[in-house]
Design a binder for this molecule. Sequence first.
Ligand code: ADP
Ligand code: MG
Length: 530
Amino acid sequence: MTTTTPAVASRANEKSFKDKEKPTEIRSSNIIAAKAVSDAIRTSLGPKGMDKMIEAANGDVTITNDGATILKQMQVLHPAAKMLVELSKAQDVEAGDGTTSVVVLAGSLLDAADKLLKRGIHPSAISDSFQRAASKCIEILESLAIPVNLEDRDTLIKAAATSLNSKVVSQHSSLLAPIAVDAVLKVSENNNADLRDVKIIKKLGGTLDDTQMFDGLVLPQKFANDFGSKKVEKAKIGLIQFCVSPPKTDMDNQVVISDYTQMDRILREERLYILNIVKQVKKAGCNVLLIQKSILRDALNEMAIHFFNKAKIAVVRDVEREDIEFVCKALGCRPIASLDHFVPEALASADLVEEVPDAKFIRFSGVSAPSSSGTVNVVIRGSNKLVLEEADRSLHDALCVIRCLVIKPALITGGGSLEIELSQKLAEYSRSLVGLDGICFRAFADALEIIPYTLAENAGLNPIATVTELRNRHANGSKYAGINVRLGTVTDILAENVIQPLQVSISAINLASETVRSLLKIDDIVHTVR
Ligand code: ADP
Ligand code: MG
């Protein structure tokens, strides 16, 4: 590097890039704003990272360690800073984990780019070089990956645990990690897993230790009526999308009744209308009726409850609109949109439908539908709402980690070991390059060290000493040397079981460099008049 630097710098000076002042200013203001965002969440990285308490305008409080969640709720005004928020979101969609790392990495790359800009290198040249460096990184990453067998449940659990370990709920990772693995493996097919088939239900009460996974279907409701018991054996289940209450007109209007005969008539009509529905339901052989939530009218009125009680039909009301697809898949039935279609063929069957006593949810077990093998329910229990929400987010990350492995069964080691190895390999490669590429690749390689640096800092270690030690170990061939936050030293991190999916790192490097490149190419911000 030292040999190429002066030569290139002087060449840059000779026909130095004469930019007007404004683009430079805009660029540096963009970089400053984006770096501020990245600095704000840096302290949350890693198992010893801090959590953030977020207070929303309406007073709601969230406690989280998840980068995407923190950024989503941050009120970011600067357009360039918003790009980092988007970056974190993109990583969440693409990989699900690594949402903090990606932003920290982008911040560091911006820093590197800033220094290169100050040396007079044209932003487009940096941008192009960074793209090539990112591709080279991916190439090196692939060569470092450790293949994993999806049958190897233990390894998958370790990967899920690594993701959970850096969360607020880390002490429960031994329970949550196997749940995440089993849930994803159950819904995976053709090397992919659709996480919409894993339904997470949050129930206040109990502790996280009571979190359980269920086959079949679990609904967070209680039975809406009292049909004499809390369970139904040999259930025939119907899912309706219409209401069992008197119809209403589309517009708000009033019916004024002036005498008793008219009143009687209305009551009689209503009674007949509801009785007709209940009879049809009974005739089809249905004994558990699920009713989709309606915002227009009551799903069920008093009279309907009375008739359903008499007919010994269990009713569950307010099934959420967005859950319908899941319920249908889990039970193997289709939703019934009108009474005419309420026929025995449209019903699903289950051995047992019961209200779980203290937990207040309804469980459908022994569902005899071919498609039920493709769905799974996880009921998270927790003593307060904050814990529940964070457990949900953390479990989501763990599920995503396993999904990444199902899509691409390859692992890499964490604890900063990968980044150091990558940085050294890339720096080595940069020496074979001539011209600007050499400098930019080197800068890119150095920027990767931010991850181990930050991990060490957050773990209360001396970051410079730790990173130097890591460099040293890696240079001497121990490619799995990483920061062991438990012992507070540098050890073989593979033996410590800190492993994470290759896909997460690939996506982080790709997305971070892409964002940095687009930030570099902006030379003006145009405000429109509304
Ligand atoms: P992200 O939102 O980016 O996933 P995390 O807070 O989950 O951020 O931190 C992830 C980083 O922490 C990764 O670089 C990972 O290698 C590291 N890490 C996780 N567990 C450990 C551990 N037990 N020891 C050392 N590093 C760890
Ligand atoms: Mg994570």
